[in-house]
Design a protein around this ligand. Structure first.
Ligand code: B4P
Length: 182
């Protein structure tokens, strides 16, 4: 099963995506983690500024990851696609390989809760892009670039809206209930 996690920075895409992948027995593929591990200086600068990295680069990285044997039976996409170009490129790619997205999980949480979570993570993990200015930019980029994908996936009948506020266990229970009949 192939699932896309959609939501603003701090909405829990990574947190819930990891747990969902474990429950499904498929890999959890985080675009941010892939970029943090392999991106060159230009990529790191974009991430630090809260901007999206180039679509062409992101797509190359993702197709390489999708071709690995562990991803053949399904996976949880976390952070990809992130704009309209990436979403249509993913659809084209999956059509070529005869696969499809079974569900897209949209995690919704209020902006002040998102900011609070990311600032709390900064205390613990010290991720460089978890600072107030970059968080604000990432949230704005989400609104302009990524939020339109909600309509895109709604139109395909695969969108599952999940209230992403509250603690991790409560969100997980709501997500699994929303995916019950997929
Ligand atoms: P990501 O690594 O994807 O960062 P993110 O959107 O902030 O989400 P993340 O998954 O880390 O956080 P989560 O909400 O789970 O991207 C970073 C950067 O990479 C982007 O800004 C961009 O530059 C680049 N990038 C990535 N993908 C790209 C693409 N496709 N195209 C172009 N550029 C791309 O969790 C956040 C925190 O909240 C955690 O500490 C977690 O423990 C906590 N938390 C989660 N759920 C909680 C809950 N219910 N209660 C309390 N805390 C919770």
């Amino acid at each position: 099963m192939r699932v896309v996690m959609l939501g603003a920075p701090g909405s829990g895409k990574g947190t819930q995506g990891e747990q969902l992948a474990a429950a499904l027995g498929v890999p959890h593929v985080s675009s941010g983690e892939v970029l943090r591990g392999h991106g060159g200086p230009e990529v790191q600068a974009k991430m630090l500024a809260g901007e999206l990295v180039d679509d062409a680069l992101m797509e190359t990285v993702m197709w390489t990851r999708l071709a690995e044997p562990d991803a053949r039976g399904g996976l949880v996409f976390d952070g990809f696609p992130r704009d309209a170009e990436q979403a249509t490129a993913l659809d084209r790619h999956l059509m070529r390989t005869g696969e499809r997205i079974a569900a897209t999980v949209l995690l919704d949480a209020p902006r002040d809760e998102l900011v609070g979570r990311l600032l709390a993570r900064a205390e613990v993990q010290g991720r460089l892009d978890d600072n107030p200015a970059t968080i604000a930019r990432r949230l704005d980029v989400y609104e302009t670039e990524t939020a339109p994908l909600v309509t895109y996936y709604e139109g395909r009948g695969v969108l599952r809206r999940v209230d992403g506020s509250g603690d991790v266990a409560a969100v997980y229970a709501r997500m699994m209930a929303a995916l019950n009949h997929v």
